[in-house]
Design a protein around this ligand. Structure first.
Ligand SMILES: *[C@@H]1O[C@H](CO)[C@@H](O)[C@H](O)[C@H]1NC(C)=O
Ligand SMILES: *[C@@H]1O[C@H](CO)[C@@H](O)[C@H](O)[C@H]1NC(C)=O
Length: 303
């Protein structure tokens, strides 16, 4: 290994690129995060967690006030040209403003997802969170649409559910959050609604169910976010069947200690193994294009 640190190599690259082109090189860490973001978008579709709708984002590794996500496009179809840099928490009026297209900084940014406030408000509230998934996964909706039977962690691979998944219910929001002139279409389309959703992450779990709509999943990395979202979905299917099989009797849930220990196992060994398989699966499917994985870091402004 060379003795130069990643930071000094990055700074040298910035200075060099700035001299040559007037633009900064995209740091390796940002290139890596964007590569994972494309993989995550494709894997979420491949695993049926999202369909044409839904989205995933990752916090900018070199600036925690920004995050990367695509503009409004089906996750399966994202490529490097879809990745937008967004502001998460620097403005007094936090509005998840698009800064630029990360890999084509001079082009005009197309319309963003109206629900990017789910992402900006979760990043704002939880500094340790580096990735967010929003999906309308069918299997979780029966648990989102009623509060009588909570979604609980049932599988050792699904500790991200926590002791029970809280429900964000659009229908019972106060007027201070859902103003009279805001569309009541379940979309989290402003910072107030995003903040109210983020507030539901209260019991240590990493998923909040959204009544009549879907779920939001937070994680410390984009790879972990995909793993958690997948097993939240699987857990919902298993719990639904356990209830039927048990004649309505509440199925066994993981204890708080079992959840803590299972989180450790999932993050250290299970999730990396799954990611390795899933990236190979999307690579072999011509629907998905990750044009960043083997590409040299591009130049861009804004980093
Ligand atoms: C981080 O991002 C914010 C929002 O775009 C920007 O105002 C700030 O200057 C950035 N910080 C650095 C060190 O580039
Ligand atoms: C977002 O906030 C910034 C800073 O307050 C402002 O300049 C910009 O116009 C706002 N954008 C929208 C779409 O509200």
């Amino acid at each position: 290994m060379h003795s130069t640190s990643p930071l000094s190599r990055f700074l040298a690259g910035v200075v060099f690129s700035a001299l040559v082109s007037g633009q900064a090189a995209i740091p390796d860490t940002v290139h890596g995060a964007a590569t994972d973001l494309l993989d995550a978008s494709h894997i979420l579709h491949f695993l049926d967690i999202v369909d044409a709708l839904g989205h995933v984002s990752v916090r900018n590794p070199v600036n925690s006030s920004q995050f990367l996500m695509s503009f409004a496009i089906a996750p399966a179809l994202t490529t490097s040209t879809s990745v937008v840099t967004q502001v998460s928490s620097v403005y007094a009026v936090q509005n998840a403003t698009a800064i630029n297209l990360a890999f084509s900084p001079d082009a005009t940014v197309p319309t963003g997802f109206s629900e990017r406030f789910i992402h900006s408000e979760i990043y704002k509230k939880f500094p340790e969170v580096n990735a967010v998934v929003h999906a309308h996964t069918e299997a979780i909706l029966p648990f989102a649409n009623q509060a009588r039977v909570p979604l609980v962690a049932q599988m050792s691979t699904a500790p991200s559910v926590g002791t029970h998944a809280p429900i964000f219910d659009f229908s019972s929001l106060p007027a201070s959050v859902l103003a009279g002139d805001t569309l009541s279409d379940f979309l989290v389309r402003n910072a107030l609604l995003g903040d109210a959703l983020a507030n539901e992450f209260i019991n240590g779990g990493d998923v909040v169910l959204m009544a009549n709509h879907g779920m939001a999943v937070r994680a410390t990395s984009v790879r972990q976010a995909v793993f958690s979202a997948f097993y939240v979905m699987q857990n919902a299917k298993v719990q639904f069947q356990s209830i039927l099989l048990g004649g309505g009797k509440a199925p066994a849930a993981l204890s708080a200690q079992q959840i803590t220990d299972s989180v450790t196992t999932a993050t250290t060994s299970l999730s990396p193994r799954a990611w390795n398989l899933w990236t190979k699966q999307v690579d072999l499917n011509p629907l998905y294009t990750n044009d960043l994985r083997n590409a040299a870091p591009a130049s861009a402004t804004g980093f």
